[in-house]
Design a protein around this ligand. Structure first.
Ligand code: TYD
Length: 226
């Protein structure tokens, strides 16, 4: 492969995207593809620090409330570092790069959820990320109620088991998540070539098979027409 293939996973908290990313990584690796995985926010030393500021429900106890624009700026600081340190080098080496969330998350969460507006996010993406676009985005869309139930159950589990405190977003209201859901649908409608919505409450295994079919087909086309 001349240039690598950039795949992003998107969806609400609790949509199952992280599980599916790991399953895809394992399958592609077993098939012999060179694969790099990362996530946003996080994945670089700077990104991991930014992540703990952004997703911990207790960071705000010491920092005070993080404004929506500060939140958006931190997401893009993380992303700029991730592109320079992880994404571009992996693509230059010809890897399949699997990224758990990318700019669509900022558009859905900050643009729609926090109501900062789509253009604000897209302008920042052009300026700070060179308008880098994934080759393929898998948008996991289980029914909203299912995703919310899973995310909230996970919160309780983390609290019970003394797991990582990553609850700041997951404490938000249902209205916030409804706006994000609508934001994701708008992205998919605007960019149907790149974004493949997977609207399913099917089993993990069925979704895994569907994702693999899509990725293998796109990869074959990419290798033939890079
Ligand atoms: P993530 O670790 O993917 O959470 P989950 O596994 O629960 O889906 O992302 C952490 C949180 O950060 C998540 O609630 C979404 C949020 N986020 C944004 O609000 N904007 C962004 O640009 C990104 C990348 C994430």
């Amino acid at each position: 492969m001349r240039r690598g293939f950039f795949v992003t996973f998107e969806g609400l908290d609790g949509s199952g995207k992280t599980t599916q990313l790991q399953l895809l990584r394992d399958t592609l690796t077993a098939l012999g593809y060179p694969v790099t995985t990362t996530r946003q926010p996080g994945g670089t030393p700077l990104g991991d620090q930014i992540r703990s500021l952004l997703v911990s429900s207790t960071a705000e106890n010491t920092l005070g409330p993080i404004t929506p624009l500060a939140e958006l700026s931190l997401m893009f600081a993380d992303r700029a570092q991730s592109i320079a340190d992880i994404i571009e080098p992996a693509l230059e080496r010809g890897h399949v790069l699997l990224c758990d969330r990318f700019t669509d998350s900022s558009e859905a969460y900050q643009g729609a959820g926090r109501q900062l507006g789509v253009q604000t996010v897209l302008n920042l993406h052009r300026t700070l990320c060179g308008n880098l676009q994934p080759d393929l985005t898998l948008l996991l869309l289980p029914p909203l109620a299912t995703a919310l139930r899973r995310a909230r159950r996970r919160n309780h589990r983390h609290v019970d088991l003394d797991g990582p405190d990553e609850n700041r977003f997951e404490r938000e209201s249902d209205a916030f998540y409804q706006r994000i859901h609508a934001g994701y649908l708008a992205i998919a409608a605007r960019d149907p070539q790149r974004v493949v919505p997977i609207e399913s409450s099917a089993s993990i295994d069925d979704i895994k098979t569907r994702i693999l079919d899509i990725v293998i087909t796109r990869l074959a086309a990419h290798v033939t027409h890079p």
